[in-house]
Design a protein. Structure first.
Length: 146
């Protein structure tokens, strides 16, 4: 790691997560899942554990899911580092969980689609750069005796 602007550390060029001006962004794809049942301490606020911390893009995709009911909407969910929380009466918790599972699946599908697209773009960029390098090398070889 090295110190970046304002004293923040940034990973070295070429490592996972580096977002410098001359490097494609690579982020590991991690599916997020619900890892247990909802729990409450007051029978109003419910907490659902997650398998990993959701990224900002994953959260935005979760919140953008269109499937909902009058009571259970993605906007009613709050994010913690490794959990989701929502407010509900006991009777409505099963409905919330049903929809939360759908919204999690939606966000995971979206992340996979974006990741695949980014990977294809990175591969195409690498192929173009390799072709440009080869063309330059071929030109150098062609004119080496001039």
């Amino acid at each position: 790691m090295r110190a970046g602007r304002q004293g923040r550390t940034t990973p070295p060029v070429g490592s996972i997560g580096y977002t410098g001006p001359y490097c494609e962004t690579y982020t590991p794809l991690m599916e997020i899942n619900r890892t247990g049942p909802p729990k409450t301490h007051d029978r109003v606020t419910w907490r659902v554990p997650l398998s990993a911390p959701p990224s900002m893009r994953w959260r935005q995709s979760f919140l953008g899911a269109s499937d909902s009911t009058m009571m259970a909407t993605p906007a009613g969910v709050r994010f913690e580092e490794l959990a989701l929380t929502f407010r509900s009466s006991d009777d409505d918790v099963p409905t919330w969980i049903q929809y939360i599972d759908k919204w999690i699946a939606h966000a995971n599908r979206h992340e996979t689609d974006v990741h695949d697209r980014e990977q294809r773009n990175a591969e195409a960029t690498t192929e173009r750069r390799n072709a440009d390098r080869q063309a330059a090398s071929d030109a150098n070889e062609r004119f080496k005796n001039l």
